[in-house]
Design a protein around this ligand. Structure first.
Ligand SMILES: Cc1ncc(COP(=O)(O)O)c(C=O)c1O
Length: 439
């Protein structure tokens, strides 16, 4: 199919050489993409000078905003020392300092930090660590993973296997390894079903995997913290490793530093996957945090088989670690979690007032500053999510749908005025699409 020609020369240049992920490139030039030139605070500014509120935190990574002087300075300072030094067999001061700071806040017992670069890598690492943990303990046969319906854990083949499909990824089904799957958060008895499976398959499970509190990419499906607590208890009492994927929910997104904290102090993942907001949205970095129990199973003689033979060239990049450390400090210094709680409450109220009652709007789900507005298009209407978000972008707010769920995921420092701007634009964009289909 010939590609739609681009009216904007920047879009034409982009489409000529850049292959965008999750994007049909033949349609891309015709979809009025925003080509960002720079940013200020929580606004992106395109190559023509038009400003947009970043309503999706640049795909859920930006926490404090863009171009934050303190974060910029942390990178510049680190640049004066070293940009990158490998962590395979050696260390770096930046990685040590960040790992120490992270270890003091993660809900993991005696934490050890294995660095990666993207969220999917953090998940891959967790899968392989969990598998080898059992082998190292002399208990092979723990080679299956229990994952939830609607799960999304990233796009590498292991992470994809844990995921429940969707987003056009069923084409990769032949590459997926089989997992045991119980229903996700959309099902009210998800926890009971998962616990049943933990009990039934404890002998063969390498680990059970969840996204605590919110299944993000599946459309902001939300769980009750008490259910998480029960799943954590079941894993503990049956000796099943628990992997918590907090790539999306970590670093304050849900109003606590980590979503796992909502499940209470006893809820302790054996492996915790973090990415996205870890550097405030500045540089690619991810980590798999292992408990002391898991880490300890890999101790052995030098070059022995108990070693974890896995690593990435840029894992623990020094610039990324330096900005991640400063970011952690700023979350504390600026009392960012308090802002998330206050602004999330305002977002909930505004969505209820200005969006909930509109024709074409179904359920609205939210935890902290992660919200999903499920559209309920009239029969015969197509691409509602896409069209509503295109309308929002035109009106100066970047939003991106997951199917027909509009995700509202603003930076954690967002103000109530900015929330008003986002909800107002969202309401108007839904109204306009409704009017188009009923005109
Ligand atoms: C829960 C979860 N895990 C893993 C990933 C993959 O992260 P990345 O895109 O950085 O590979 C995502 C991305 O959206 C995610 O939401």
């Amino acid at each position: 199919m010939p590609s739609t020609p681009a009216a904007d020369p920047w879009v034409a240049r982009d489409a000529a050489v850049v292959w965008h992920g999750f994007t049909q490139m033949a349609a891309y030039p015709g979809n009025a993409p925003v080509i960002v030139d720079r940013a200020e605070g929580r606004e992106l500014i395109d190559v023509h000078g038009k400003r947009y509120f970043d309503g999706i935190s640049s795909l859920w990574v930006t926490t404090l905003g863009h171009h934050v002087p303190e974060l910029d300075a942390a990178i510049i300072d680190q640049l004066g020392r070293v940009a990158h030094a490998t962590l395979l067999g050696n260390g770096s001061r930046a990685a040590v300092e960040f790992a120490e700071a992270l270890a003091s806040v993660v809900p993991v017992q005696d934490p050890h930090v294995l660095f990666g670069s993207d969220g999917a890598v953090a998940v891959e690492q967790a899968l392989k660590v969990a598998f080898q943990y059992w082998v190292n303990r002399g208990e092979p046969g723990h080679n299956r993973f229990l994952a939830l319906g609607d799960a999304y854990h990233g796009d590498t083949v292991g992470a994809l296997s844990l995921g429940d499909g969707g987003f056009g990824t069923s084409i990769f089904d032949p590459l997926r390894f089989p997992v045991i799957r119980t229903p996700g958060y959309a099902s009210p008895d998800w926890a009971a079903k998962m616990i049943g499976c933990i009990e039934a398959h404890a002998d063969t499970l390498a680990a059970a995997v969840i996204e605590p509190l919110v299944q993000g990419a599946s459309g902001i499906l939300v769980a009750d913290p008490a259910d998480l607590t029960s799943v954590g208890e079941a894993c503990r009492s049956h000796g099943v490793l628990l992997i918590c994927d907090e790539v999306a929910t970590g670093f304050g997104r849900t109003g606590r530093m980590f979503a796992s904290e909502w499940a209470g102090p006893e809820f302790r993942p054996d492996l915790l996957c973090l990415g996205k907001g870890i550097t405030g949205g500045y540089l690619p970095l991810s980590v798999t945090v292992a408990s002391g129990r898991v880490f300890g199973a890999f101790n052995g003689a030098d070059l022995s088989e108990s070693t974890f033979y896995h690593g990435h060239s840029y894992g623990g990049n020094a610039l990324a670690c330096a900005v991640a450390l400063r970011h952690l400090q700023l979350i504390d210094e600026w009392q960012v979690l308090d802002n998330v709680s206050a602004v999330a409450e305002h977002l909930e109220a505004r969505l209820a007032d200005t969006v909930q009652g509109l024709p074409g709007v179904g359920e609205i789900r939210q935890r902290g500053l992660m919200a999903g507005v499920e559209l309920d298009p009239p029969p015969g209407s197509v691409r509602w999510g896409r069209r509503v978000c295109a309308g929002a972008v035109e009106r100066g707010v970047v939003l991106r749908p997951l199917g027909d769920v509009v995700v509202v995921m603003p930076p954690l420092t967002t103000t109530v005025e900015e929330i008003d701007r986002v909800t107002d634009v969202l309401g108007r964009s839904i109204g306009a699409v409704w009017a188009e289909d009923h005109g």
